[in-house]
Design a binder for this molecule. Structure first.
Ligand code: FES
Ligand code: FE
Length: 349
């Protein structure tokens, strides 16, 4: 059992939920990367995870992650402010500390505040500059491993997002373990049809927490690509999918150059996914980050267009519902994993 200074509540299946109850229960047992630390500063922030509205705030040295609802009269705490390391409700000014307890009721300062007047706080942790939340308080998955690049000054870090895509988290992450799309979706950036068979037969391993794959792809970059100005680059790619919705893809180029893409997806609702993409790379340190990001946004924008058009929006977990070529063995294994952890016939995340 995880010991925390705040009370860990198990969130309840929300009203007007876009997930089936059984899917929601299975998904609530996972860690999700809901925010970048740097985006949580002077004000409480409203976020959604699995249709649960959350307030996230930095209170002194701690973060609080709680249901975005004041127990007094139901005002959203995210509309309030921070004072003395407390979240202040915008309606009647009740103040709540990082442990979730109410410390002040301004209209009745002598009231012995009942324990019930508190925030519904949820399990969270901080890793890699991201705030991770598990709504059930009993996570069944592991956080990703970002090694050796985490905190390594040889790797420059930059990020894209958070941004909300109109798709299920499942369809989105499945795209990022799919190697056969590069030569088509990315023809305007690094892909080319003549490489269509590259990466389709890959080394593949899987445990209950992750799957890895390794392959090569011949990237053909246009002259305005910021990747060391080389037109043709053989990429060695090593990818890990950390179940359910995070990937780490290390792209190695000749000469020891590594560009690592960490895709962090959070299911906001059944058909809305939040992406925070963190990049770390040990070369091209003289290229402005904005130029690198422009290139990455172009590539991810190509993915987004196709993912947002997929039907059905959910991944069909009945394997026979779609067809599968040899390149799709990772996605079949992923779908089977989703079923194994209790997701339904038509996965709704
Ligand atoms: Fe929050 Fe009254 S509704 S203090
Ligand atoms: Fe892609």
């Amino acid at each position: 059992m995880i010991e925390e200074s705040y009370q860990i509540h198990a969130a309840k299946y929300p009203a007007e939920c876009t997930f089936s109850e059984s899917d929601w229960n299975a998904l609530a047992n996972m860690w999700y990367p809901i925010a970048l630390e740097e985006d949580i500063a002077e004000k409480p922030v409203a976020l959604s995870l699995l249709d649960v509205r959350l307030v996230v705030a930095r209170l002194g040295d701690e973060y609080v992650v709680a249901k975005d609802l004041c127990i007094h009269r139901g005002a959203p705490l995210s509309a309030g402010w921070i004072k003395n390391s407390c979240v202040v409700c915008p309606y009647h000014g009740y103040e709540f500390g990082a442990d979730g307890k109410c410390t002040k009721v301004p209209c009745d300062p002598d009231w012995k505040i009942p324990a019930k007047v508190r925030l519904e706080t949820y399990l969270h942790t901080v890793k890699y500059g991201l705030i991770w939340v598990c709504l059930s308080g009993d996570p069944q998955n592991q956080l990703p491993e970002w090694e050796p690049e985490a905190d390594n000054p040889a790797y420059r870090r930059f990020h894209m997002g958070p941004e909300i895509w109109d798709c299920s988290a499942g369809r989105a992450i499945e795209n990022f373990i799919d190697n056969a799309h590069f030569s088509f979706v990315h023809q305007s950036s690094f892909g080319q049809e003549s490489s269509a068979t590259m990466g389709t037969e890959y080394e593949f391993e899987m445990t209950d927490n992750w799957m890895t794959m390794e392959f090569e792809y011949l990237a053909t970059n246009p002259s305005d690509s910021p990747i060391s100005n080389e037109a043709e680059l053989k990429r060695h790619m090593h990818r890990t999918l950390y179940f359910p919705f995070c990937t780490r893809t290390c792209i190695s180029y000749p000469g020891g150059r590594e560009h690592i893409i960490h895709i962090n997806i959070t299911p906001v609702s059944a058909r809305k996914a939040q992406l925070i993409v963190v990049f770390t790379r040990n070369f091209d340190h003289d290229v402005p980050v904005e130029k690198l990001l422009e290139w990455e946004r172009k590539i991810l924008g190509e993915d987004r267009v196709i993912i947002e058009m997929q039907k059905p929006e959910e991944i069909p977990l009945e394997i026979s519902a779609e067809v599968h070529a040899k390149a799709d063995k990772a996605s079949i294994a992923y779908r089977n994993w989703l079923r194994k952890v209790g997701l339904g016939r038509s996965f709704t995340a």
